[in-house]
Every structure is written in C-alpha cells, then in structure tokens.
Write a protein that binds this ligand. Structure first.
Ligand SMILES: [Zn+2]
Length: 225
C-alpha cells in the first residue's frame, strides 16, 4: 500500500507509516543523508506527526515519531526511546500556521539544490519547462542564525504562493496537500538543480526563450490565481 496519499484524517498509525515510507524514499534516493532532514504530516487539524531529531530518516520505525501540538509541545512520544523535537520543527509549524491546506512538509539538504545557494545562484525558473508546469518559482532565503526561531523566520516571507523554498547554505523545504505532493516537489527541485549544475560543468546553461517563458508564466499564474 502506498501511504503517501493519505489525508490528515487517516489513522495515526497509517500516517506514521506514511512518514516511515517517505523517509526511506528520501534516504535511499540520496535526498537525505546521515541524520539530516525531517518529515511531518498533520494529524487532524491541531496536531502534527513529525520525525525526531538526530535519527537517520531511512532507518526509523513508527514508534520513533513524535506527536506535537501546533506550538511544538510534545503530546506523545515513546517513553523508552525519549526522542526529542527537532530544532528545525518550527519551520514545519510556520508553514502549517500560514497555510491551512498544507498537510505535509519535508525538509532536506539535497546536494544540488543546496549547492546552487552555496554558489549564490538563484533557482532558475527558465531552464526546464517542468518548473513553471509543476513546481512553481522557488525563492531562496537569506542566511539565518542556527536556532529554531531564526530558521522559521527565514522562510516566513516566502511560504505563501510557493511549493518549495531553498534555505540559503542549508537545504530546502517543500510542502503540499499530502506527502506524495511534498515528495514530488522535493524530487523535482533536486532534479532541476542537478540538471543546472551538470549543464554548468558542460559549458553553460541555456535559457528557454522569452516568448516561451511568457506563455509558461501566464499559464502558471492562471492556474494558481
Ligand atoms: Zn536542515
């Protein structure tokens, strides 16, 4: 069974399994490394199931996950494992507070998308059609202090009207109606970034002509207005 399409009103157990499944995909496809990244889904309207800090997302099981309230207080965790709320959790809550329709969030450190921000290159929306057809424009935040509230503040102004944000010299965060959408956006983001980085090593990046871009942008804004 693919759990990634499940809504927030599925059972807690199934939503836990959805996160485990997403974690294994992110880790095995190289989108997450070591203990990095975090994944969450809304549970009903006022709780969130989220991965804990300092744990490889490819090697978790359902009892490793935490249930938190919308302020980040832990409501439920395994009493033996004593998992902790990640310092990156407030970024997830920032998105849930701003966008009631968002039911799933993934934060990762995908190498190529992150490399663009390390190189000071904005994520281009005019290199591959799929950006304006599916992913939408992707903003890059400024630098932030390494504390939970600063990370949430760094993405604050960019959350609305986007599906993905690159966090400067850090990673990316993607979100959608369910984990399937959030994961798709993360995969698209990284595949476009990888194509850009590869093209750069082959001699340069060519852009989609302006007249085609204006059609793509118009179609995108009609679809999302
Ligand atoms: Zn991170």
């Amino acid at each position: 069974m693919n759990h990634l399409h499940l809504s927030s009103f599925a059972t807690e157990r199934d939503l836990r399994l959805a996160i485990i499944e997403a974690g294994r995909i992110c880790y095995s496809s190289g989108l997450m490394h070591a203990n990095t990244g975090n994944i969450s889904v809304r549970l009903g309207n006022d709780r969130v199931v989220i991965t804990p800090s300092k744990l490889c997302k490819g090697r978790m099981d359902a009892d490793d996950l935490l249930i938190i309230d919308m302020e980040g207080a832990i409501i439920k965790s395994d009493s033996v494992r004593k998992r902790k709320f990640s310092s990156e959790g407030p970024m997830h809550l920032e998105i849930y507070h701003q966008l009631p329709d968002v039911r799933a969030v993934i934060h990762a450190h995908p190498i190529n998308a992150t490399a663009l921000s390390v190189a000071g290159i904005p994520f281009p929306d005019d290199v591959l059609q799929e950006v304006m057809e599916e992913l939408g424009p992707v903003p890059t935040t400024g630098f932030s202090m390494p504390d939970p509230q600063s990370a949430a503040e760094a993405i604050r102004a960019h959350v609305k009207n986007h599906n993905a944000i690159i966090i400067r010299n850090h990673g990316a965060i993607t979100y959608g109606h369910d984990l399937e959408h959030a994961l798709n956006y993360l995969e698209l983001l990284e595949s476009v970034a990888k194509t850009v980085v590869t093209a750069q090593t082959l001699g340069g990046v060519s852009r989609i002509p302006a007249e085609i871009m204006s059609v793509l942008r118009e179609t995108y804004s009609k679809k999302h207005s």
